[in-house]
Ligand binder design. Sequence first.
Ligand SMILES: Cc1cc2nc3c(=O)[nH]c(=O)nc-3n(C[C@H](O)[C@H](O)[C@H](O)COP(=O)(O)OP(=O)(O)OC[C@H]3O[C@@H](n4cnc5c(N)ncnc54)[C@H](O)[C@@H]3O)c2cc1C
Length: 395
Amino acid sequence: MIQSTAEAVAAEYGPEYWREKEEAGEFAQGFWDELAEAGFHGLLIPEEYDGAGMGMQEMGLAMETLCAEGCGMAGTWYLVLTAGMAAVGIRENGTEAQKERYLPDIAAGERNFSIGITEPEAGTNTLNVATRAEKDSAEETSADPSEATASEDGDEYVLNGQKAWITFSDRADNMIIVTRTTPLAEVDRGTDGISLFIVDMDAPGIDVSPISKHGINYSKSCEVFLEDVRVPEENLLGEEDEGWWALVDMLNPERIGFAAAGTGIGKLAANTAIEYATDREVFDAPIGSHQAVSFPITQAYARMETASLMREKAAWLYDQGEECGYETNVAKATAVEAGIEAVKQSMQAFGGWGYATEYDVERWWREINLTRLAPVSQQMAYNHIGQELGFPKSY
Ligand SMILES: Cc1cc2nc3c(=O)[nH]c(=O)nc-3n(C[C@H](O)[C@H](O)[C@H](O)COP(=O)(O)OP(=O)(O)OC[C@H]3O[C@@H](n4cnc5c(N)ncnc54)[C@H](O)[C@@H]3O)c2cc1C
């Protein structure tokens, strides 16, 4: 059912739609609304908050199918941050009030979240985040409680810092932001002292500036500057100083989503190239009849099928509440490698036409290139896998 629903959505929002959105640099509101209509925004949300109560296995399948059936990267991109990370973060670590406030809106497609982790000096090394959140309580602000200015309703945190590459932050309603409530220099373990907050993006003191980028231009990724941004304490997500563990709950779904993107975009490019190579004749023979053309695509396809299975396994473990870091990294790293090879070899099959925007494969090449860099780079995924295998930690 998930697969056929995703196929039906992708049939309406195929390559031509995305070519136009990419060229116009325009957010795909129609697609976003359709994802809500199809129930995909609420897939990971419990039924009591208007969702479908399903898991990452179903979400991964929906994402891969959307990507492979014509949406390319958008099939993951428009789901992974809000319906994936934010929904899971709030589902797993939110207070009852936070769940009631945000989850039904997410399921309905009425709330867009961005996720603010990366900073100019904290990309691969997330623990280096320096954005500060300092508590500003009524008592600290004034000795006389009647003159308290911190908040009419209670204590607030004051956020200062800078984030980089925050996707959708130009239009999002909220951002889940990773901050330090205790500076790195003052904690025993780097994972201590981190706190997450749900920030309203229209709060005073937030300034957003888009970064011009290589692809995926149907969304903007931005620098976000925070200057004395006041956040009520009820917007703390999870425990103060313990936010790392709430963040980890969100990072595995993100990696599973990018694994789905790797195989999804790769399968889309490969299927498109197979059709082209069957039609296109050079030297009086279809180019697909040459094994020099067909084998590299076929080999990449076989590897993608294996990576899809590994993604299913990682997602199944995640949904059971089991440890799944190793499987998730294996799925992400192998899906991305196989997918990149599939798109590269598909572009080769198109010859010069692979370079023309009208055949889309050059756009999928630009899209899939991101998956080797983010959300965890290939090198860092292999660092984690190697460590699990018994190699000394290298970072
Ligand atoms: C289009 C786009 C959208 C994004 N959206 C978001 C978003 O919504 N929210 C968000 O928080 N972030 C987002 N990011 C940021 C992304 O997660 C980071 O770019 C990524 O984590 C890499 O960080 P960096 O660019 O600072 O690389 P660096 O940390 O500077 O690393 C540079 C290179 O060195 C390698 N390297 C570093 N250390 C090691 C080591 N020990 N061993 C081996 N190799 C190493 C890395 O793998 C990488 O190849 C986005 C990025 C892009 C490009």
